[in-house]
Write a protein that binds this ligand. Structure first.
Ligand SMILES: [Zn+2]
Length: 234
C-alpha cells in the first residue's frame, strides 16, 4: 500500500463545505459594500444634477426647468438639461447623448414597462423631478405656477424636493407629480429600502421608505409634506 495518503471523499466534502460556509459569510459583506458604494455614487449624481438645475435656471430667467414641453419633441427635462447646459458629464449610448449622472446606479436596468428607450436595454436616465414645483401640476388639478415657470428663489428650498430616485411606471418615472403624489410609489427606495432625495438648496440626503411615505401621503397645506412638494410657493 502506498504511503502517499490521498484525501478521502469525506475529507474533501468537509473542506468544500467549510469553504462554502466561509464564502456565504463573505458574500453579504461584499454586497453591503457594493450597495454602499452605489448609494454614495447616487448621492454624488444627484448633487451634480442639482448643480445643473441651478446652471439651467441662471441661463433661463432664473426659472426651474419644466419637466416637459410639447416643443421638446418627446424629450423630458433630463434630455433638455443635457442639451441646454454643459453641467453634466455625458456619454453616447445608441447614438444619443445621455448622462450617467441622471440615473441611480442600482436602477440602470430599464424596467420592461418603461416607454423610455428600448425595454430591457440599459438606460442611464432614471431620476424623477418634482413636477409640482416645476409647474406641471396644474395638468392634474393641483395649484401651480403659471406657464412662465417657477422662479428658483423661493423660501424653504432646503425642505423642498427637486429630484429623487424615481420608480418605474408606464410613463418612465421622469417625474413625481400630483397624480401620483399620494402614492408611496412616487419615489423609489432602491438603496436597501432607502431613497436619495435632492433638495432645492442643493443638498442631498437619504430617507427611509417610511420617511418618504410620510411626505407622500396626507399632503396638507402648511405641513412638512406640503413644503416637500410646494416649498413656500402656495
Ligand atoms: Zn439612488
Amino acid at each position: 500500500m502506498s504511503s502517499a495518503r490521498a484525501f478521502t471523499l469525506i475529507e474533501l466534502l468537509v473542506v468544500i463545505s467549510i469553504v462554502a460556509v466561509l464564502a456565504g459569510m463573505l458574500l453579504p459583506a461584499v454586497s453591503l459594500v457594493r450597495d454602499a458604494a452605489r448609494q454614495s455614487a447616487c448621492l454624488g449624481n444627484q448633487r451634480q444634477v442639482l448643480l445643473a438645475l441651478e446652471v439651467y435656471a441662471q441661463d433661463w430667467d432664473n426659472v426651474l426647468i419644466p419637466m416637459y414641453r410639447s416643443t421638446w419633441a418627446g424629450k423630458d427635462w433630463r434630455d433638455r438639461l443635457i442639451a441646454a447646459t454643459d453641467a453634466l458629464p455625458t456619454e453616447v449610448v445608441d447614438g444619443s447623448r445621455r448622462s450617467p449622472a441622471l440615473g441611480c446606479p442600482p436602477a440602470r436596468q430599464l424596467h420592461p414597462l418603461s416607454t423610455i428607450g428600448t425595454p430591457g436595454v440599459k438606460t442611464v436616465q432614471t431620476y424623477a423631478g418634482n413636477a409640482i414645483i416645476t409647474n406641471e401640476a396644474a395638468a392634474w388639478g393641483f395649484p401651480a405656477y403659471p406657464d412662465a415657470g417657477t422662479p428658483l428663489n423661493f423660501g424653504h428650498r432646503g425642505e423642498t424636493m427637486f429630484i429623487n430616485d424615481g420608480v418605474w411606471n408606464a410613463a418612465g418615472s421622469q417625474y413625481s407629480s400630483g397624480a401620483y403624489r399620494n402614492s408611496a410609489n412616487t419615489i423609489g427606495s432602491p438603496h436597501r429600502g432607502q431613497g436619495v432625495i435632492g433638495w432645492g438648496d442643493g443638498h442631498v440626503s437619504t430617507l427611509r421608505r417610511t420617511q418618504i411615505d410620510d411626505y407622500t401621503v396626507n399632503v396638507v397645506a402648511g405641513t412638512a409634506a406640503w413644503r416637500f412638494w410646494y416649498g413656500d410657493t402656495h
